[in-house]
Design a protein around this ligand. Structure first.
Ligand code: NAP
Length: 488
């Protein structure tokens, strides 16, 4: 561990070759840093290159001085905290108490807490690291900042990483001073209010794509179910009933028949909650009733479900391109040709099959193209450049077009197979017939909503009309529920 600590995160070559880090003007504001670890080193480099004078407080300055830019002064903790007004505390929470001997020198100064707890520590301590630091140093002003910025981002500069720096403190003046420093360093301060927000800020780096958890589990669940179903039909049935070994199909063929099923069903699940919400509003005759929680959550996860659908569809396209590269495919082609020759058939051409395949491929490409458009417009930078009408046209109307194209793609794939007895292996219907269920319900419901008497009623309800004639607001009993909103 100590060997790891000796290794500089910023290479000395880089530090020394950067002339802007070599000398800082005498009149530059002085900033202190307690600790000489990874974060302290990156912070010192960024501060020096942003025009600050830096003094680092270490328990062993001799050992660590060589790892910092030459413009930064590395000294003992007591000396480092004596002159600067702002001091960054770049040590872990468990070592805060070891700094208590510096209480007198630190009195009246601004301490910037940059620490992040582990997930276990976050659950274990009710009070945030910053509040704990404030309780240890009551004569100081504690500001929580920079904890969401990694040492790497500090080192590489804000161009290559997250630019936002949430900041909170009970003292507006101290918060302003640290915010100005953040701006000078090229970051964007975000005021998070009082020090009570520190716990929320400390939870930020612990999150791992929270909005993606349920959609990813849903996609995985669908994948496992369809994969198992396809395995039984395409591999197990020939093995059991015909003694044919088709296990080679597991890595490519079965995966490629599973992916479009998942993509297609996921796409329909993007539009199903909207249909359910509209049905509920029509039934209740008002929009002033909360949707059930599960529907609310579902509505809020539509973007992620749509992107996962696009991901599976793109993988399906890639797998399909690779199908002819398989050795098994080449053998199949050669065997077919030999059979043709033996049967003395010179020209194999089934007009219906040719047309089916042409239409099937074209519809698939069109569906994937439309889905790509949806995926691109859901990127915040693109979405921000569209007005509300443009965004809803792409996401709602074009999205529905993608669903219809995918349905036609599936139907041309199936063609007459749903009516052929030989396709029902182990009495199980072909997979595509199962995948058609939910999308067809959605398309049918959407078509019904287009009927003039239904669409007019729905439009009136969404403009505030109520069946009972009076607008009644039902307040949620639970406060937390009041914060949630539904978007249809
Ligand atoms: P680190 O490399 O382990 O450095 C910690 C430093 O604490 C040591 O170099 C040590 O410096 C100092 N220290 C002071 N008193 C100590 C004591 N009693 N025992 C042991 N060390 C003591 O850790 P780090 O990655 O720089 O992280 C420092 C703080 O920044 C942590 O609170 C972390 O959560 C936060 N942070 C880090 C990152 C990151 O990317 N690394 C990002 C955001 C926030 P001396 O030996 O010179 O005194």
């Amino acid at each position: 561990m100590s060997r790891e600590m000796d290794k500089p995160l910023i290479s000395l070559h880089l530090v020394d070759s950067d002339t802007s880090l070599a000398k800082v003007p005498d009149e530059a504001p002085k900033v202190g840093i307690l600790g000489s670890g990874d974060f302290a080193r990156s912070l010192a480099t960024r501060l020096v290159s942003s025009g600050f004078k830096v003094v680092v407080g270490s328990r062993n300055p001799k050992r660590t001085a060589g790892l910092f830019p030459s413009a930064a002064q590395v000294t003992f903790q007591e000396e480092a905290v004596s002159s600067p007004e702002v001091i960054f505390v770049a040590v872990f929470r468990e070592h805060y108490s070891s700094l208590c001997s510096l209480s007198d020198q630190l009195a009246g100064k601004i301490l910037v807490d940059v620490s992040n707890p582990t997930e276990q520590e976050h659950l274990q301590h009710r009070e945030s690291n910053a509040e704990y630091l404030a309780s240890l140093f009551p004569t100081c002003t504690v500001v929580k900042a920079f904890n969401v910025i990694s040492a790497w981002t500090l080192q590489a500069g804000p161009r290559d990483g997250n630019r936002q720096v949430p900041i909170c403190s009970d003292q507006p003046e101290a918060k302003r001073a640290v915010s100005e420093m953040a701006i000078t360093m090229g970051f964007m301060p975000v005021d998070m209010g009082s020090l009570a927000s520190a716990r929320e800020m400390e939870a930020m780096p612990l999150r791992l794509l929270p909005a993606w958890k349920v959609p990813t589990l849903l996609a995985l669940g669908l994948f496992i179910c369809f994969y198992a179903y396809n395995f039984v039909r395409d591999v197990l049935q020939p093995y059991v009933q015909e003694s044919k070994n088709k296990f080679f199909k597991l890595p490519v063929s079965v995966v490629n028949t599973t992916l479009p099923c998942v993509a297609y069903v996921l796409l329909s699940l993007v539009y199903l909650p909207g249909v359910l919400a509209a049905t509920l509003q029509l039934r209740r005759g008002t929009k002033y009733h909360r949707f059930p929680d599960w529907l609310d959550h579902w509505l809020q996860h539509r973007k992620q479900i749509g992107l996962l659908s696009f991901f599976c569809a793109a993988l399906h396209a890639l797998y399909s391109f690779c199908l002819p590269l398989r050795r098994s495919h080449r053998y199949d082609l050669v065997n077919l040709a030999v059979k043709q020759v033996l049967a003395n058939k010179s020209h194999l051409w089934v007009e219906e099959e040719v047309w089916r395949m042409e239409i099937y491929l074209s519809l698939g490409v069109l569906a994937l193209g439309t889905l790509s458009l949806l995926a691109v417009t859901s990127l915040p930078s693109i979405a921000n450049s569209l007005n509300w009408r443009e965004f809803s046209f792409v996401q709602s109307s074009l999205g529905f077009v993608a669903l219809v194209l995918s349905t036609l793609h599936t139907l041309t794939y199936g063609w007459t197979r749903a009516f052929e007895e030989s396709r029902y292996k182990f009495y199980l219907p072909p997979t595509f017939t199962l995948t058609l269920l939910v999308p067809c319900v959605v398309i049918l419901a959407k078509a019904l909503f287009l009927l003039p008497f239904i669409s007019r009623r729905l439009a009136r309800i969404r403009r505030g009309w109520e069946r009972d004639g009076a607008i009644k607001f039902t307040l949620p009993t639970d406060n937390s529920l009041a914060e949630k909103t539904s978007h249809v």
